[in-house]
Design a protein around this ligand. Structure first.
Ligand code: PMP
Ligand code: GLN
Length: 380
C-alpha cells in the first residue's frame, strides 16, 4: 500500500530518543521532563480510596464536577478570575490532549497560527494535521524575550491563533505583566484566539507572580488556558490536565473532546479534587523547585557551562560554547556515551534547528541525582 503521510516531517521525539539513550547507557536522565521522586503517598491513597469506593466507570464527559469546582476555586484564588465549572472547564488527558483539542476545534485549512520558537514539540503537528499553517517567531538566546512589534508584523488577515507557553519550555523564561498587556494590545479588535499553555503555572521563581491570561479580561475572552496535574503533583504518568475557556469557546472545544477521548480516568479525578482542597499543596511548588534550581546552579557555578536565566519551569539551559564547537545534538549524545548524563539539545525546537549551543537539563530530581549530575558537569 502507498501512504501519503499527513505528517511527513515528524520523527521520533527528541524526548523519546534521549530517554531511551539514557536508559540504554545507564546514564543519569536529565533529558525528558519528569521527576525521579515519588508523588505524595496521600495522593496515591486518595486514588486507591476513589477506586475502592466505586469510581471505576466513565467520568462525566466534561470531567468530574468535584474536580472542576476545585480548579475553578484555585483560579479564583490565584488570579481573581472566575470560570464556571459547569461550562468553562474541561478535564483532559494531559495538557497535550487539551492543546490538540483546542487547535482541532478552531484551526481550518490555511489558517495561520503563530508560535514562538524554541517551541514545545506538540504544537506544530497539531496545527498541521488540521491543515493550518505554522508561523514561527524565533526568540533569541540567551534571554528569549518576545518583541511584540515583531509579533505584530507576523499577524495577517489569516491569523487564527497565537500559541504562548508561559512559563516557557525549554528556555525557562516567563512573561511579565507588560508582556501580557502587549499581547492584549496586538490582538485588540481582532478575532484571534490565544492558546496559553500554562503547564508550569506553579513553577515560577524569585518571587515572581505567574501571569496567567485569565488575569486579563480582554485576553481571557479569546483564550484557552491549558494546564497539567502531571507537572504540579509529580504525576506525569497519570496524563490528567485541564482546559479553561469562556463558554462560547468551551462549547466548541467539548464537541471535539467528546469524540477525541470522551472522558478521562475517573478515580484520579476524584483524588485530585480532594487533594487540591489544601492550597499549600500547589502553592509550595515554587519554593520546592527554586531550591532544586539553586542547588543545581550552586554546584556547577565553577564549571565551564554558562547559565541561561531560568525564571520558571523545571528546566535549566546551559551554554557549552566555551567547551566545544560541536553541534548541540552531537554534544548531547557525547554527554550520554562518554559521561553518562542525558540532556535535551535545544536546536530540536528552533527554526531550521538553529544551534545556540545550549542543552536543557531537567532539575526535577532528587538531591542525590542533582549532585551526581553536577559532578559530571564539573569534570567537563
Ligand atoms: N506543554 C508543555 C510546555 C510541556 O512541557 C508539556 C510536557 N509535559 C506539555 C505541554 C504536555 O503536558 P501533559 O504531560 O500533561 O500532556
Ligand atoms: N514535557 C516533557 C519535556 O518537555 C516531555 C513530555 C514528552 O515526552 N512528550 O521534557
Amino acid at each position: 500500500m502507498n501512504h501519503n503521510s499527513k505528517l511527513p516531517n515528524v520523527k521520533t521525539s527528541v524526548f523519546t530518543i534521549m530517554s531511551d539513550l539514557a536508559y540504554k547507557h545507564n546514564a543519569i536522565n536529565l533529558s525528558q521532563g519528569f521527576p525521579d521522586f515519588e508523588c505524595d503517598t496521600q495522593l496515591q491513597q486518595m486514588v486507591t480510596k476513589a477506586m475502592e469506593s466505586g469510581c471505576n466507570q466513565y467520568a462525566p464527559m466534561e470531567g468530574a464536577m468535584e474536580l472542576r469546582k476545585e480548579i475553578s476555586k484555585k483560579i479564583e484564588l490565584l488570579h481573581n478570575s472566575f470560570y464556571n465549572p459547569k461550562d468553562e472547564i474541561t478535564v483532559t488527558a494531559g495538557a497535550t490532549q487539551a492543546i490538540f483539542t483546542a487547535i482541532s476545534a478552531f484551526v481550518r485549512h490555511n489558517d495561520e497560527v503563530i508560535i514562538f520558537k524554541p517551541a514545545y514539540d506538540c504544537y506544530e503537528p497539531s496545527i498541521e494535521l488540521n491543515g493550518g499553517k505554522v508561523v514561527p517567531i524565533q526568540l533569541e538566546a540567551p534571554y528569549f524575550k518576545t518583541d511584540w512589534n515583531i509579533v505584530k508584523q507576523h499577524i495577517s488577515s489569516k491569523t487564527k491563533m497565537i500559541v504562548i507557553n508561559n512559563p516557557h519550555n525549554p528556555s525557562g523564561t516567563i512573561f511579565s505583566e507588560e508582556d501580557l498587556l502587549e499581547l492584549q494590545k496586538v490582538t485588540e479588535g481582532t478575532n484571534i484566539l490565544i492558546l496559553s499553555d500554562e503547564v508550569y503555572e506553579h513553577i515560577v521563581f524569585d518571587g515572581a507572580t505567574h501571569q496567567s491570561v485569565s488575569r486579563f479580561p480582554d485576553l481571557k475572552k479569546r483564550s484557552f488556558v491549558t494546564a497539567s496535574f502531571g507537572k504540579t503533583f509529580h504525576v506525569t504518568g497519570w496524563k490528567i490536565g485541564y482546559c479553561c475557556a469562556p463558554k462560547e469557546l468551551m462549547d466548541e472545544f467539548r464537541k471535539v473532546h467528546e469524540f477525541n477521548v470522551f472522558s478521562c480516568h475517573h478515580p484520579t479525578q476524584i483524588a485530585l479534587a480532594e487533594y487540591m482542597k489544601e492550597p499549600s499543596r500547589y502553592l509550595e511548588l515554587n519554593q520546592f523547585y527554586q531550591e532544586k534550581r539553586d542547588l543545581f546552579l550552586s554546584l556547577i557555578k565553577n564549571s565551564k557551562f554558562k547559565f541561561i536565566p531560568c525564571q520558571g519551569t523545571y528546566f535549566q539551559g546551559l551554554d557549552y560554547s566555551e567547551i566545544t564547537n560541536e553541534s548541540d545534538v552531537d554534544f548531547a549524545i557525547k554527554l550520554v556515551l562518554e559521561h553518562g548524563l542525558a540532556s535535551i539539545p535545544i536546536s530540536e525546537f528552533n527554526v531550521n534547528n538553529l544551534d545556540n549551543k545550549i542543552l536543557r537539563f531537567c532539575f526535577a530530581k532528587k538531591e542525590e541525582t542533582i549532585k551526581r549530575a553536577a559532578e559530571i558537569l564539573n569534570r567537563i
